[in-house]
Design a protein around this ligand. Structure first.
Ligand code: ZN
Length: 545
C-alpha cells in the first residue's frame, strides 16, 4: 500500500479550517444551549426545529465572522485553539451545573483560589476538555496550512467576513419573530452561546475598570462615632458572614429536617424573608458591605470604603477573620487574618480548615488590637467556608454528618439528588454547630455581646437541573437569593440597648435584604455617621433608648 505523501495539494486552505472549527463549535460544545432550546414550550415541532436550525446558522455565522478577522498566518491556529479550549471548559460547566457564563461568573473564576479550583476538578471535566477541546486542537495542529499570499488572504478574509455577516442577517430575519420573543423571555440563552459568551464576559470585565476608577477608594463615614453613653460597658459584636446558605434549609426557618438543633436551643431571632444582593460571593459581598444598597451599588461610578472601615473610623477595635478565599477588598484597610495555612489538629485536614478554626486563638488575636479601641468595643467579622460547593462533603467533619448517604463526589450530577441534598444539609448542620460555638464563646466574654449571622447568597441543589449558584439575578431561582439572617444577643446587651426581641421576632416574615445589612450592623455596634439610615436598620425600631 502506498501512503499519500504530504504535498501542498493535501495542505488545507485556511478558510477550510475556520469553517470546520465553526461547524464543530456550534454542535457539541453548544449542547447546553440546544438542550435549553429543546425544553422551551414556545418553540416546538417543525417550527421549533426550523428555529433551532436558523439560530444555529446565525451563531455559526457570527462565530465565523469573528474567526475571519483573525485568520492570519501564525495567528490562526492559536486563535482556534483558544476557541476550542474555552468552548470545552464552558460546555462542561453549563451542561453539568446549569450555569451560564456572564461577567460575574468570569470574576468568580478569576477570584477562585487553587483550593476551590481543586474542588471542581474531576474526570468528567477532564474528559470533556480532552474530547471537546484538546483532541480537535491536536488534529488542527497536525494539519498543514496552504501558504496564501497576504494580499490574497486579506481579500479572502474580507469576503468570508462579508458572507458570514450576510448569512447572519438573513438567518436572523428568517426566524426573527421567534428569535425576538425567545431572547426577551429567556435572556439567559445568550449567556449559553459558546464560546462567544466567555469572550464577551471577559470583555465586559476588562471594560469595567475603565468605566469606573478602580484604583482609588473613596472614604465614607469619616464622621462615624460611638453613640452610646460614656458609661456604657464596651460590647463585643461578632458578625458571621455566611457562605452559600439557603434560608429554606435551616430547621429554625421551618425546614422539615432538623438541621439546626443547636441554634434552636438559643434565644435567637431568625428572619425568613431576607434577599441577597447578588447570587455569588464576588457580587454579594462588596454589595452588602456597601452603604449604597443594591441598586446604587450596581450603578456606582467609584469604589468606596465599606462598613468595616466605618466601624474602624468610629474608633472600635475591628478584626476580620477569613476562612474563605478572601474578603473581596472589604477588609483591606483593617486588621485581618486568613486561616489559610493554619494547621490546627482536628480542625484542619487536607489543606482546608473547618469554620470552627476561626474561634481558635480568637482571644489572643483580639488582645493584639489597640487597647484604646478595645476600650470602646470589639467587632469581629468571621467569613465562613460554610456550604461552599460543589464539594459539600468536605465542609463538615465526619461527626456532623447526620444525613446519610451523602454525595461524596464533586461531580454532583453523578449522585442521586437526595444524596446531594444530604451532603448540603450536613454543611448547614455544621454551620449550626459553628454558630452555637460562637455564641458559647461570646457568653464567656466580659460585657454585653451579640452575634449577627447573614449569608452572601443561596444555592441550587438540582431543582430543574440547576446546581450551585451565580445565575444572573433576574433569572436566578429564589433558592439562590433567599438567605438566613440570625441574631443572638446576651442579656446584658439586651439591657444596655433596650433591645426587644419580640419586636424583632415580629419581623420574621418582613421583606428584608442585604440593603439593610450596612445600617443594621452599625446600629448593633452603636455607631452613627452621616451614612447611617435609621429606616434601613432593622434593629433600631426595636431598641428603646
Ligand atoms: Zn458565596
Amino acid at each position: 500500500m502506498k501512503l499519500p505523501r504530504l504535498t501542498s495539494s493535501t495542505a488545507r486552505h485556511p478558510l477550510l479550517l475556520t469553517l470546520l472549527a465553526t461547524m464543530w463549535l456550534v454542535t457539541l460544545p453548544n449542547m447546553a444551549l440546544w438542550r435549553q432550546l429543546a425544553q422551551l414550550p414556545e418553540v416546538t415541532g417543525l417550527r421549533g426545529l426550523l428555529f433551532g436550525l436558523g439560530l444555529a446558522l446565525g451563531i455559526a455565522s457570527l462565530t465565523h465572522a469573528l474567526l475571519s478577522l483573525l485568520n492570519w498566518r501564525g495567528l490562526l491556529k492559536p486563535v482556534l485553539t483558544l476557541f476550542l479550549l474555552s468552548a470545552a471548559s464552558g460546555a462542561y460547566f453549563m451542561w453539568s451545573y446549569g450555569i451560564v457564563i456572564d461577567a460575574t461568573m468570569i470574576v468568580n473564576v478569576m477570584q477562585t483560589d487553587p483550593r476551590e479550583a481543586g474542588d471542581l476538578l474531576n474526570w468528567r471535566l477532564l474528559l470533556s476538555l480532552v474530547f471537546l477541546g484538546i483532541l480537535p486542537a491536536v488534529w488542527l495542529w497536525r494539519q498543514p496550512v496552504q501558504p496564501v499570499a497576504w494580499t490574497r488572504r486579506l481579500w479572502t478574509n474580507a469576503l468570508a467576513f462579508a458572507v458570514s455577516m450576510a448569512v447572519l442577517v438573513i438567518s436572523l430575519l428568517l426566524i426573527y419573530q421567534d428569535f425576538a420573543s425567545v431572547m426577551r423571555n429567556h435572556t439567559q440563552m445568550r449567556y449559553l452561546i459558546n464560546p462567544l459568551n466567555s469572550f464577551y464576559a471577559v470583555g465586559r470585565v476588562v471594560a469595567q475598570p475603565l468605566e469606573r476608577s478602580h484604583q482609588t477608594v473613596e472614604p465614607i463615614g469619616q464622621d462615624a462615632r460611638l453613640a452610646l453613653p460614656a458609661s456604657a460597658q464596651p460590647a463585643t459584636l461578632i458578625v458571621v458572614v455566611g457562605e452559600t446558605a439557603r434560608s429554606g434549609n435551616f430547621g429554625v426557618n421551618g425546614y422539615e429536617r432538623d438541621t439546626t438543633p443547636r441554634l434552636a436551643r438559643e434565644d435567637i431571632v431568625s428572619l425568613r424573608n431576607v434577599w441577597s444582593c447578588g447570587t455569588s460571593t464576588a457580587a454579594s459581598l462588596p454589595c452588602m458591605f456597601s452603604h449604597l444598597g443594591k441598586e446604587a451599588y450596581e450603578k456606582r461610578k467609584a469604589n468606596h470604603e465599606s462598613l468595616v472601615d466605618v466601624l474602624q473610623h468610629a474608633g472600635l477595635a475591628v478584626l476580620w477573620v477569613d476562612n474563605q478565599s478572601g474578603c473581596k477588598g472589604v477588609c483591606a484597610r483593617v486588621p485581618n487574618f486568613s486561616t489559610a495555612g493554619l494547621k490546627v489538629p482536628e480542625q484542619c485536614e487536607s489543606g482546608e480548615c473547618h469554620d470552627e478554626v476561626m474561634l481558635h486563638d480568637l482571644d489572643q488575636r483580639i488582645a493584639q488590637l489597640p487597647a484604646e479601641r478595645r476600650a470602646k468595643g470589639v467587632v469581629v467579622f468571621m467569613h465562613q467556608m460554610g456550604s461552599h460547593g460543589p464539594a459539600y462533603h468536605k465542609r463538615a467533619p465526619a461527626t456532623f454528618k447526620r444525613f446519610m448517604p451523602e454525595c461524596s463526589s464533586n461531580a454532583l450530577q453523578e449522585c442521586e439528588r437526595q444524596q446531594v441534598v444530604n451532603a448540603y444539609d450536613n454543611t448547614i448542620a455544621y454551620t449550626d454547630h459553628f454558630l452555637g460555638q460562637t455564641i458559647d464563646w461570646l457568653k464567656k466574654r466580659p460585657g454585653p455581646s451579640a452575634m449577627v449571622y447573614l449569608a452572601d447568597h443561596g444555592e441550587s441543589l438540582g431543582e430543574n437541573n440547576l446546581y450551585l449558584h451565580g445565575l444572573p439575578y433576574a433569572i436566578a431561582p429564589d433558592v439562590q437569593k433567599r438567605v438566613p439572617w440570625i441574631t443572638w444577643s446576651s442579656t446584658s446587651f439586651v439591657q444596655q440597648r433596650g433591645l426587644q426581641k419580640n419586636c424583632l421576632q415580629d419581623k420574621q416574615m418582613s421583606a428584608i435584604s442585604h440593603d439593610h445589612f450596612f445600617h443594621s450592623v452599625m446600629g448593633m455596634a452603636g455607631v452613627r455617621s452621616t451614612e447611617y439610615k435609621t429606616e434601613l436598620d432593622i434593629y433600631s425600631s426595636c431598641m428603646k433608648p
